[in-house]
Design a protein around this ligand. Structure first.
Ligand SMILES: *Cc1c(COP(=O)(O)O)cnc(C)c1O
Length: 393
């Protein structure tokens, strides 16, 4: 099977993707399907997006040759510093892209779902910047677990709606956001936080995050004379930072792409979030993809020490790249991720998000050549994870 970078007109990447949505959501999604490529392809859109990425987010984010880490793993390790973005992770790239699009569609209100609160904070930030009303749906359990991010969203002027259905976490928040959207179709845009959901969301979010690999190519060329690294490594929750880091290398077959999935307490422990290892094909949140499910198709509760990777599935493009073998998947346990995160603190003076620590752990599990150039996407900073790290010190 040929590997596709872009979906076909029905939103399929190989056998995954599509738009499986209730009748009532059809109008909203169809409007996006018809208009998104035209709008984001205009010079006016590109100019507005570029200025915000530069002057507000602080892009380009540096590509940093981590010398002590390189010495330890006997290769050349470069860190793509998404942790230095405004709001502390890659999520802001997507929230800003979608909010500019929402304005061009004439929308007045924004809704979003959030798990750990990182996407909620990024979206509340974008709404404050643009003067749009913002409502964030968040599982009741997450509201309790992630109090600082709830506080941030409120300070930024967003309304946070606790969701008390189901397991009171991310998938329930997503269901509730979709329900609200159906009830308020005309003036509201739903900003989904990863490369998941019905077509065109996976492609739209991929294109907004693709700035990551666009920059890596330029920066690597300046540093090494070649635009192409030997390896790119990223962690996968829904898959947006990985897609952003892989995007402009996907069709360069010489570049090895490695995705780190959260194995949780271990693949066979019953407490895991590794969707390619433990998932099967089915319909989740509007698209056909791989997710962990029971024999009768009920979603299995995921587990990961990192809230950002604690999702039962992956985006349809990532399922397709697994299916074709273009992307290699590795399962990284909570324990391995924590050790690799603490190692980065000591060797490089950088405290990574626990999510990003899963990508770093691949360095310890894989042998790279001493002349190879290995890029690790550092998707976010670890300020939010101090309590989690301190338990492992
Ligand atoms: C949300 C998040 C992730 C996981 O989401 P993806 O869509 O898979 O990128 C990873 N890292 C950080 C820092 C996050 O905030």
């Amino acid at each position: 099977m040929k590997t596709s970078l872009n979906p076909d007109e029905r939103g399929y990447y190989g056998s995954f993707g599509g738009a499986f949505i209730p009748e009532m959501m059809q109008a909203n999604v169809a409007e996006l399907q018809e208009k998104y490529l035209d709008i984001i392809g205009t010079q006016e859109f590109k100019d507005e997006f570029d200025v915000l990425l530069r002057d507000y987010v602080g892009r380009p984010s540096p590509l940093y040759l981590a010398t002590r880490l390189s010495e330890k793993y006997e290769t050349n390790v470069y860190l793509k510093r998404e942790d230095l973005n405004h709001t502390g992770a890659h999520k802001i790239n997507n929230s800003l892209g979608q909010i500019i699009l929402a304005k061009k569609l004439g929308k007045k209100r924004i809704i979003a779902e959030t798990g750990a609160g990182q996407h909620g904070v990024a979206t509340a930030t974008a709404c404050a910047l643009m003067g749009l009303e913002c409502t964030v749906f968040m599982g009741e359990l997450d509201v309790k677990r992630q109090a600082p991010n709830v506080g941030r969203m409120k300070m930024l002027g967003a309304q946070v709606v606790p969701v008390s259905s189901g397991s009171k976490t991310l998938k329930d928040a997503t269901n509730e956001a979709m329900r609200y959207w159906i009830a308020n179709p005309f003036d509201t845009h739903y900003i989904i936080g990863s490369v998941v959901g019905p077509h065109p969301y996976p492609d739209m979010v991929a294109k907004f995050q693709s700035v990551i690999s666009e920059e890596i190519r330029k920066q690597l060329k300046e540093k090494t004379g070649s635009e192409l690294p030997d390896v790119v490594i990223a962690c996968v929750g829904g898959g947006s930072n990985a897609t952003g880091a892989f995007y402009h290398f996907l069709e360069e077959e010489k570049v090895r792409l490695i995705a780190a999935e959260a194995a949780g307490k271990g693949l066979e422990s019953g407490f895991t979030a590794a969707a390619t290892f433990k998932g099967v094909s089915g319909i989740l949140h509007g698209s056909k993809t791989l997710f962990m499910q029971t024999d009768d198709g009920q979603v299995v509760e995921p587990h990961s020490i990192s809230a950002g990777l604690d999702y039962p599935g992956i985006g349809p493009a990532l399922a397709h790249w697994f299916e074709t073998g273009r992307v290699e998947y590795q399962a990284i346990t909570d324990e391995d991720a924590m050790q690799s995160g603490l190692e980065l603190c000591k060797l490089e003076g950088i405290i990574p998000a626990v999510e990003s620590s899963h990508a770093l752990a691949v360095l310890d599990k894989t042998k790279f050549g001493k002349d190879e150039h290995v890029v690790v996407n550092l998707s976010g900073r670890g300020d939010k994870d101090l309590e989690t790290y301190l338990k492992y010190l």
